[in-house]
Design a protein around this ligand. Structure first.
Ligand code: NYM
Ligand code: MG
Length: 225
């Protein structure tokens, strides 16, 4: 068990327009400049056959049942699992723009059952670190506005934010997304470097796998509604 150096699985999560994509890009450049192996990933990955279906759904070119689209988002992660694990085991750190948490938060915000939403994601590699860029939906919407994609609506984003709250777990760091870009990046880098160091110390990937929601459900019991 463990002992082998590997890359870290670092996920950035948050509402649309919370700054994830630019923070991810800046973090990857920083890590690469330090001489570390790092790659930028994102979900949905629109380049695959499943991703093409998701993209046409998101641009409202097609309609799909909410459950069906949820499973497609999840399938889009599963189809990349072997590659993702291979990269981590080879020592590459992956900085991922959205992951299973977006999958659950967006579908649950539509009214789908939270546990049903989690089920297809269970068994995916669990992130070593989730950096949640916390920003009020109004502030996000004011940032140059939304594009024309499905879900880019202030009322809906508020519901998504509530679902993200329920998913917070011990591997999360909540970062104030209203800070300046550089201030957010400084915090992001600090947490990322610490997660990478832990993985280089031989944190086991497989035993970690099963914890994607376990940490969460344990926390759930402690939440007072
Ligand atoms: N989204 C993203 C989901 O509904 N489920 C998922 O599993 C993922 C990964 O897709 N509004 C939603 C969130 C976004 C939209 O993502 C497109 P992006 O990062 O804006 O390209
Ligand atoms: Mg978007």
């Amino acid at each position: 068990m463990g002992g082998q150096k590997r890359g870290a699985l670092i996920v950035l999560e948050g509402l649309d327009r919370s700054g994830k994509s630019s923070q991810c890009a800046s973090l990857v450049s920083f890590l690469q400049q330090k001489g570390l192996e790092a790659e930028a990933w994102r979900f949905p990955d629109r380049t695959t056959a499943v991703g093409t279906m998701l993209s046409s759904y998101l641009t409202s070119a097609t309609e799909l049942d909410d459950h069906a689209v949820h499973l497609l988002f999840s399938a889009n992660r599963w189809e990349k699992r072997a590659l993702l694990e291979g990269r981590l085991k080879a020592g590459t750190t992956l900085v991922v723009d959205r992951y299973a948490h977006s999958g659950v938060a967006f579908s649950a915000a539509k009214g789908l059952d939270l546990e049903w939403c989690k089920a297809p994601e269970t068994g995916l590699p669990s992130p070593d670190l989730v950096l949640y860029l916390n920003i009020p939906a109004e502030v996000a919407a004011a940032r140059g506005g939304y594009g024309a994609e499905r879900y880019e609506d202030i009322g809906f984003q508020k519901k998504v934010a509530l679902q993200f709250e329920l998913l917070r777990a011990s591997n999360w760091e909540v970062v104030d997304g209203r800070l300046s870009f550089d201030d957010v990046q400084e915090i992001v880098r600090k947490h990322a470097v610490s997660a990478i160091n832990k993985c280089q110390g031989g944190r086991d990937l497989l035993s970690h796998c099963i914890q994607l929601w376990d940490v969460t459900s344990r926390l759930h019991k402690d939440i007072v509604y």
